[in-house]
Design a protein around this ligand. Structure first.
Ligand code: COA
Length: 207
């Protein structure tokens, strides 16, 4: 191994272990993603604990206390290296308007699952797409995910549309796989592979 290869390997290891100590701040033209803080609880409550946001996802906490407990849990899971949760903020502002989360499905994060929720005033504004690109780079380049899965209830039009437009591939329908409000719902299973990301990057460079 030459000197550059050794340095690059050391850098990769450093980034790989560092996110477990503290999540990086990720910035695009529109959004900044950062670690959650306990003080995000009130704004997350008002953004995420609404009927339209929560309709097709696991029920969010219903109080500031509940969100504080959730945030404390996310920090413990991140330290354990099994999960990461980013607060979504508009660039230049500090208020959390949503979250992106990613969890390992096997030790070492080779396969992982992500999920997201954004306050409805920010739907259709480009916030999702901007944040999703940052999270995908983090998942594939920093954590080293090989296959990133997502599930969306078949009835969740925006969730399915959002996943499709960032290049997630529909693989199958998981029948009656998710219980919400006492009903079992079908979900679509989506995946993005590291090779999909490389092909997309190469096609962007060519065109
Ligand atoms: C999922 C979520 C983060 C996406 O953010 P968003 O800002 O609504 O997403 P976007 O507007 O960028 O993309 C949604 C796409 O679905 C399309 N869409 C909307 N309703 C649709 C429907 N009923 N059927 C199909 N596509 C639909 C939109 O037109 C848009 O595509 P376009 O930009 O090409 O027009 C947001 O809707 C949300 O937080 N929903 C509640 C939480 C949730 O369901 N999370 C889990 C998702 S699996």
């Amino acid at each position: 191994m030459d000197v550059n290869a050794v340095i690059n390997a050391a850098r990769a290891t450093t980034t790989e272990t560092n996110w477990r100590q503290a999540l990086p701040v990720l910035t695009s033209s529109m959004v900044t993603l950062r670690e959650l803080r306990l003080s995000d609880a009130p704004s997350l409550l008002s953004m995420l604990a609404t009927d339209e946001v929560a309709r097709f996802i696991s029920p969010p906490p219903t109080s500031v206390d509940g969100f504080e407990r959730f945030i404390a849990w996310t920090l413990r899971q991140r330290t354990a290296g099994t999960y990461a949760c980013f607060a979504v903020t508009l660039r230049g502002f500090d208020t959390a308007i949503g979250i992106f989360q990613i969890r390992q499905l096997e030790p070492g994060f080779g396969t992982a699952e992500w999920g997201f929720a954004i306050g409805s005033p920010f739907w259709g504004t480009g916030v999702f797409q901007d944040g999703a690109e940052l999270v995908l780079d983090f998942a594939f380049d920093t954590i080293g995910v090989h296959r990133l899965e997502a599930r969306a209830a078949v009835l969740n039009g925006r969730g399915n549309g959002a996943l499709q437009k960032i290049g997630a591939v529909q693989e199958c329908v998981l029948r009656k796989s998710f219980q919400r409000n006492g009903q079992y719902l079908d979900q679509v299973l989506y995946a993005i592979l590291d090779s999909d990301r490389r092909e997309l990057a190469a096609s962007v460079r060519v065109h």
